[in-house]
Ligand binder design. Sequence first.
Ligand code: NAP
Length: 314
Amino acid sequence: MDKVRIGQTGFDASKLAYGCMRIAGTWNPNDIDANKREAAHQAILAAYEAGYTLFDHADIYCAGACEALYGEVLDQVPAMRRECLIATKCGIRWQGDPNPDAPHRYDFSKEHILWSCEQSLRRLRVETIDIYQLHRPDVLMDPDEVAEAFLKLHASGKVRAFGVSNFPPSMVSALQSSLPFPLVVNQVEIHPGRLDCFVDGTLDQCLEMGITPLAWSPVGGGLFAEGGAVRPDDPRREGLEKLLAELDRLAQKHGVTRTEATLAWLMRHPSQIVPIVGSTKPERIRQAAKAAEIEVSREDWYRVYVAARMRPLP
Ligand code: NAP
């Protein structure tokens, strides 16, 4: 599989990343039974064996249980630690954390970043996180305070590189101006139903600054995957059905599934988008990995883009 550089740090990763958000099969850690644990292990192993080399986590995925499930697999398969990058995130705090009356909020305070990182390291059973990301923009972000936290984590060897998620370009620039090292990823929602990043400056900034865009929900949570169907009551039903037909046409041309066609369409962008595949089914995880082999022509890319815009180009 071709290699891409993650930012300017010399990291290599396969052109697909695997997202661990759904591996527990629940958002309630108390619901994880032996079957769910086994299914999570199988999903991680399927991704590893299919050649995914970047695994994406967050402290909030099943309240830390997804990181812990990954840590269990790492213990069983130590080679995974050498061969794969571990990315995780912090900065979202739910209502009731830590006191019952605390509201849902974002928290990029130095204290919270340092504390969250320690918890993730413990659950993942590693000494170093490869890419540590701020999950969603904290309106109260003070770039200098974040930089203090990042410098401390970097100097102590607890984090190798940093990134952000769901950041608009202006916030990336503000944070970058306080950092002595380059941000390596901006993880954003990109799929044929969510085109904002193509035109709002996010991907242009990635190109300019050498930041790798990681695409979350790359098949739109299932709609743009093989077998995905538009809900009968969806107000955009007609447009979405035309879009699915265009993706199916692309898939047919290359003899692949719609999932692979959608992922390959994302990867055609010059910013070298790395889709984060989120299926929990080993067969689908393996299938999606083949997307890296497909080359989408400019003409086919625009056919899908225009169908996704649901209006002609000017
Ligand atoms: P996705 O790959 O677009 O969607 C995966 C979902 O689609 C699963 O529920 C999967 O179900 C379903 N699906 C149905 N048919 C499928 C098929 N034929 N092939 C593949 N999937 C099919 O991505 P996602 O899970 O929404 O997100 C991916 C990753 O992005 C997450 O794991 C997380 O790491 C990251 N993420 C980040 C943010 C953020 O704010 N930074 C937000 C959301 C997600 P099955 O499991 O049954 O296959």
